[in-house]
Design a protein around this ligand. Sequence first.
Ligand SMILES: [Zn+2]
Length: 181
Amino acid sequence: MYTLNEGEIIDSFQNLLDDLETITYASYFCELIDIAMTEEESNRELFKDFISAFYFMKNKVGDLETLSRIFELKVLNATGYGLNLDKCCICRNKLNSSTYMSLQYLGGICENCERINGINISNATYNILRYLNNLPLEKSYRVTIPDGLKEEIYKVLNTIISQNYFKKPKSLETLNFLKGS
Ligand SMILES: [Zn+2]
């Protein structure tokens, strides 16, 4: 605001307000940015992902839940809480998959290391998280998380987000309530 004298709206994303789902997810994305970043902090990469996500929603491309999970991973990465899923976060040995994730180090733990301060997750969830973590957001519309794994992936990322930022996001709660989950 200090150097900006005039602005022109390129796109107000008005049509996102036509549908309860897109309103909710759009609010959620704004809320995530708000809780994850400090006032006046600039992050071009995240801004690009944020705008891309809004265009995907506007044009109804891809699956909203999958897009949200990828956006969450991007926010975590951009703010220093990125997941490390390629190596064991204790011994640093290469990890093909895992069934345990450390909430302290935000990574997988191998069979040989002590499993503490974390959560059990399924192999499938681990693999999908790793895949999505490396996927550019512009390609998100090509993938959809299988229905049976959406809930677990949501819970894992929600736990990490709630633990690491000063505030827990609330936008999705109403929608989850309406959907009965
Ligand atoms: Zn290990």
